[in-house]
Write a protein that binds this ligand. Structure first.
Ligand SMILES: [Zn+2]
Length: 702
């Protein structure tokens, strides 16, 4: 590992952030980001850094101050705002106490902030306070972990780094660790860093650069030590990376169903998770290593991973890729064994610690599938990605550690303390969930005006959205727009023609690879044709029916395939039309095909209720666009519709508004909200039709 420090960049950082506090804080932000940029050092919120200086109070007093990273923020993107300022002199006095509970420690930190609106300081804030140095850097470097997660880890760290560091055995973060680190430093005041076995590395210095570069030097020494001594040979890849996606599409929905937690609510019977897949060559090679299965069952690299990945992964030996039934049996057995082992671990730990705790869910977060890769799960795509990132590093680091000697993780009681530590759980955040949280919505015709309105409304309600459109580029653009509004990872775009059975199958497979499955299918793609029945050719009628009716059938059928694999019910919400009840002349091909789709929905409602799948329809009146995006359908048929009504095209929106009871302009967002209503299981409703038309008497459902 090499230093990324650059004097010019540091100057730029001071220009950028210097006004937010002392110059040293801007330097602190700069080198913190250098550490954050190195995935081999820290991942997602791991590690923390600090700087000491002087703070001027409102009364003009100059007081000693500690700026330490806030809990949960990620080093790669920190700003001065992420470093709460604390009363350093007071914090140092706490060291005289014999003990300090976690709750009281958090209280002491919060009540000694200089700005009440600051985020919570890192749980390791006191450790930073008790060390005398201006700058302190802490990471969970893979190389340090590979050396210290060994039965003789303390001795190996000393061998690798000599007397430049002090080495401590594992101590849980919090007040006792803060005191132990300060004492270790005072006993050997010449050290430049402290290794915490099975946890990570601290370094310190007088300048941001010094502390950072000492960190990199020590990690580099550990990397060299590990690579020179590790017997781990490169393993060849037995599976082709190309086939991984098809395998994931098969396994992911089954696993997603097995991992969903049953609730006591009849309306929302499952709490689902979404997945993230990693299937690179190095991942597949690692999973083919003979020791992979054993290592998958061993504990995490560093204790705070446990809240993201649980303590171990499910490893499926020799998955039956050519036999879906057998594969299901294997996955069921793997998840069942994991849940049983988790329950037993929980019982053992609460008994051994003599505490009462509310048990967390027993579902695994990581499933390792040789030949397919890593499937990581979480409440959101972001959570799943974090678990997948950690797992990629974990696989490689464990293999190197095993090659070095014997990989040994923390004991289960230490992991339990961390997993059930309130300060760690607080990082995951709680709060009320949005109505479509944990669900995956697939919408066809997703790049059109109504499709985008539906996608955005669902994403806003917490769903992950698969935007399917005949135009693959437009589908991707729409997904990017939705991600911009509602967060990275919430949407993907997939190109598929709804009339093409194979393409629709691939689109649903893509949804399974992207998010693990599908819970809500919204057949929305549609085309129109203005022509009187007397002049309508068979070919024209077929073309419209193929999209508006057969396209709906293809979407529902493929959706049911995924619903079956998951076994957790689902929703189909068909975008039909006000025309179903109130047809207009010259619109025969359109109205008849929409009526067919609507009727198909009712039959599907009858057939699918047994598996917990609801099928409902939305009858919207004319929607002319969504933001900048005009309606493709109205762009095509607008002029002729206007002509048959004897008006100019520009007058159409006003005509449609005037003719409904509420004088409402029907918008794409309204259709989106209706989808959210049905998909959230707010009422026990299936086979129903909800008009979104401002009230058109002749289109009242009957
Ligand atoms: Zn740490």
């Amino acid at each position: 590992m090499r230093s990324r420090y650059d004097e010019t960049e540091e100057k730029k950082a001071i220009e950028r952030w210097g006004s937010a506090g002392p110059e040293a804080l801007a330097q602190r932000v700069y080198t913190s980001r250098l550490i954050g940029a190195e995935a081999d050092l820290v991942l997602h919120g791991g590690g923390n850094t600090s700087v000491k200086g002087q703070h001027t109070t409102l009364l003009g007093d100059r007081v000693d101050c500690l700026w330490v990273k806030g809990s949960g923020s990620s080093l790669d993107a920190v700003t001065p705002r992420d470093f709460p300022a604390l009363d350093l002199a007071y914090l140092r006095r706490l060291r005289a106490l014999d003990a300090l509970t976690d709750e009281e420690m958090v209280n002491q930190l919060r009540t000694h902030l200089f700005d009440a609106s600051s985020p919570n300081p890192s749980v390791e804030a006191l450790l930073h306070a008790f060390l005398p140095h201006a700058f302190v850097d802490h990471s969970h470097a893979d190389a340090v972990i590979a050396i210290t997660n060994q039965p003789d880890g303390v001795a190996r760290a000393k061998e690798a780094l000599g007397d430049r560091v002090a080495v401590l055995p594992y101590i849980m973060p919090g007040f006792p660790l803060a005191k132990a680190v300060a004492a270790a430093y005072e006993a050997s005041p010449n050290v430049v860093g402290i290794v915490l076995a099975k946890h990570g590395l601290f370094t310190f210095g007088d300048t941001a650069r010094e502390s950072y570069e000492r960190h990199i030097e020590l990690v580099d020494a550990c990397e060299k030590y590990a690579l020179e001594r590790s017997k781990r040979a490169m393993v060849s890849v037995s599976a082709t990376a190309g086939g991984a996606d098809a395998r994931v599409a098969m396994a992911a929905p089954i696993l997603r169903g097995l991992l969903a937690e049953r609730t006591s609510s009849a309306d929302v019977p499952y709490l689902r998770m979404v997945s993230d897949h990693r299937g690179g060559i190095d991942v597949l090679a690692a999973l083919d290593a003979p020791e992979a299965a054993m290592l998958a069952r061993s504990g995490p690299l560093t204790p705070d991973h446990v809240i993201r990945t649980k303590a171990s992964a499910v490893f499926v030996e020799a998955p039956a890729w050519s036999d879906e039934l057998k594969l299901r049996t294997q996955l069921e057995a793997g998840v069942k064994a994991f849940r049983e082992a988790y329950d037993a671990y929980f019982e053992r730990a609460v008994a051994a610690r003599g505490v009462t705790r509310k048990k967390l869910d027993s579902a695994p977060r990581v499933v390792l599938l040789p030949g397919a890769g890593i499937l990581a799960f979480g409440k959101t795509k972001k959570d799943a990605r974090i678990a997948a990132d950690i797992t990629e590093h974990t696989l490689q680091t464990k293999l190197i550690a095993e090659g070095l000697g014997k990989y040994e993780a923390l004991g289960e009681l230490d992991l339990f303390d961390m997993e059930y530590w309130s300060l760690e759980q607080a990082k995951l955040g709680k709060g009320a969930e949005r109505p479509l949280e944990r669900q995956v919505v697939l919408v066809t015709g997703g790049a059109g005006a109504i499709g985008r309105g539906i996608a955005d409304a669902c994403a806003e309600a917490g769903a992950h959205v698969v935007i399917v459109d005949k135009d693959a580029g437009a589908a991707r653009d729409a997904a990017v727009a939705t991600e911009k509004r509602f967060g990275s990872g919430c949407a993907v775009g997939v190109g598929a023609d709804v009339t093409d059975e194979a393409a629709m199958r691939r689109a649903f497979d893509a949804a399974c690879v992207a998010f693990g499955g599908v819970d809500v299918v919204v057949p929305n793609a549609g085309i129109a044709l203005v022509k009187p029945v007397a002049e309508l050719s068979a070919a024209e009628a077929r073309r419209v029916a193929d999209v508006n009716y057969v396209g709906v059938l293809n979407a529902i059928r493929e959706g049911v395939r995924v619903f079956r694999a998951q076994g957790t019910g689902g929703n189909v919400v068909i975008n039909a039309s006000k025309n179903v009840f109130a047809p207009g002349k010259d619109f025969g091909a359109y109205s008849a095909s929409k009526a067919a789709a609507h009727q198909l929905g009712k039959v599907a409602a009858l057939e699918l209720a047994g598996m917990g799948v609801r099928v409902n329809s939305i009858n919207a009146d004319a929607v002319f666009g969504y933001g900048e995006v005009g309606s493709g359908l109205w762009g095509e048929v607008g002029p002729e519709r206007a002509r048959s009504r004897g008006m100019a095209v520009g007058e159409l929106p006003e005509f449609y508004r005037e003719r409904n009871l509420l004088k409402a302009r029907v918008e794409a967002g309204h259709v989106g909200r209706a989808v959210v209503f049905f998909a959230s299981n707010a009422t026990p409703t299936t086979g129903a039709t909800l008009p979104v038309d401002g009230g058109v008497a002749e289109a009242f459902p009957r």
